[in-house]
Every structure is written in C-alpha cells, then in structure tokens.
Design a protein around this ligand. Structure first.
Ligand code: GTP
Ligand code: MG
Length: 241
C-alpha cells in the first residue's frame, strides 16, 4: 500500500568511507504531509541526509524510519516507488522528453506523461520545442535550460505519485519566468506529500512547515521561519545578514 510518509531520524551518525563524521547525532521527525526545509552552509551535510533517505548509503549508527519501519528492512523497490527524488544536478538520459519522464517504466503511458507534465508546468516549455514530447535531449541537457531540466525532473519524480518527495533545489540561476513556473509547481507538487527540500531560496524556505538548520553535521536550530528569526541565531544570520 501507499506510505503514510512519516520520516524519522534517530541519533544518526554517518561518514563517507574512512572519512570524518559528516552527520553527528542527527534526530528529527517529519509528520505525514509536512514540508521540511534543510538549510545550512555548503558542506553542512544537507545532501548527505538525502543520500541516506534514498539508501545511496547506509547510516553508521542510529536509525532512519519511514512509517515506523527501519528503511534497511524495507524493499528497495518500495522505497524507489514511494520516494520521489529531484537532485541538485538533474540527470538526463539521451533520448526524447517522453523517455526522460517515464524512463523504462512501460506502465506510464503517453496520457500519464502529459498529465504529470501539465501538473508540473513542464508542458509549457515542452510545447515550445519543435518536436514537443519527441524532442531529443542529451545527458548534458541539450537545448534545455537549467530551469527546464528542473521542471522535467519534477515530472519524472511525480510519475509514480510518491508519498514522499525529496528535493535538492537547483542553485543555478534561472530566468524569472521559469523561476515563477518552478515556484508555482513546487506549491502544487508538495501538497499532500511529505516533502524534504534543500532550499536555497528564501521564498521556498519561508513556505516550509519546519526548518532544520544544519551546521557542521549537527542540527543547530529547528523551527518555523518566524521562530528562527526571533531567535536571532544561525538562520537569522544565513538569511538576513
Ligand atoms: P552544499 O550542497 O554544497 O550546500 O553542501 P551540503 O550541505 O549538501 O553538504 P554534503 O552533505 O554534500 O557534504 C557534507 C560533507 O561530506 C562535505 O565535507 C563533503 O565534502 C563530504 N561529501 C559529500 N559527498 C561526498 C561523497 O560522495 N564522498 C565523500 N568522500 N565525501 C563526500
Ligand atoms: Mg548539497
């Protein structure tokens, strides 16, 4: 069945092979349907948290639970279906746009591809391409801008209607029109799903139910935008100074 989408980190310690701790005693809980923003300086450990949720790596100590079950006891195929991921550097395959949304999944037909593309605003730019959904792209993106690649990745992530959405927001500059398409898509696609988003834009962070501030692998602060501003701690410094 579908996940409820509760995520819990319990005293998680993590290091890449043979190196120093990247995450130190990290504990937090995300309730089903909540949007949590991860913020912090470069190297703070944000992407590493995502790498662990997706099981690209396993924790050294502690536990990660989804709906109360240790993810090491879950089937990889369930995790892949129920957790949609959009990475910072969107990875494309050489092939057409349709292929880049459904990949090898034949369950996803043309109708479904169009539906998710409309929903994520990707349809708008796809329609401007000479070959529309049959437009060929390359691994480097070809004729697609960074923002368009991000919208395409949203569509790919939503094709399975995942209960959990993990987003590493693109840092590259996008034009203002695409920026507003992305912002609009974000509001729609996070609705009704548990979302963990590594946010670089204040507009995204402010919309989160909860903000986790990482500093050198530890959680330094946690709260809403208003609570953290009032605290005048690291978040305040990161976003307002
Ligand atoms: P930004 O994306 O730059 O904002 O940083 P981040 O907060 O996402 O940090 P990340 O989790 O990527 O990195 C935390 C630490 O782990 C840093 O010291 C990185 O150099 C290191 N690190 C990240 N990825 C890898 C990896 O694949 N292998 C190794 N050995 N170290 C890594
Ligand atoms: Mg990162």
């Amino acid at each position: 069945g579908r996940f409820r989408g509760e995520i819990e980190f319990r005293n998680v310690w993590f290091a890449y092979e043979g190196e120093d701790w990247v995450l130190k005693d990290v504990s937090f809980k995300v309730e089903p349907g909540e949007t949590v923003a991860l913020v912090g300086a470069t190297g703070a450990g944000k992407t590493s948290i995502i790498n662990l949720i997706c099981r690209f790596y396993d924790v050294n100590r502690g536990q990660i639970l989804v709906d109360g079950v240790d993810i090491r006891d879950m089937r990889q195929s369930d995790l892949r279906r129920q957790i949609g991921v959009v990475q910072q550097d969107v990875f494309l395959f050489s092939g057409d746009i349709k292929y880049n949304i459904r990949l090898n999944d034949t369950e996803i037909d043309d109708e479904k591809i169009r539906e998710v593309a409309r929903y994520t605003n990707a349809h708008r730019f796809i329609e401007t391409k000479p070959n529309k959904y049959d437009e060929e792209v390359t691994e480097r993106g070809g004729t697609l801008s960074a923002g368009q690649r991000q919208l395409l990745a949203f569509a790919r992530a939503l094709a399975f209607d995942p209960a959990i959405l993990i987003l590493d927001e693109a840092t590259s500059a996008v034009d203002t029109e695409t920026e507003s398409l992305i912002q609009d898509a974000l509001e729609k696609i996070t609705r009704g799903r548990t979302t963990i988003i590594i946010a670089h834009r204040l507009s995204t962070v402010q919309h989160a139910d909860k903000i986790i501030v990482l500093h050198k692998g530890r959680i330094r602060e946690c709260g809403t935008h208003e609570e953290l501003l009032e605290k005048r701690g690291l978040y305040y410094k990161l976003y307002l100074l």
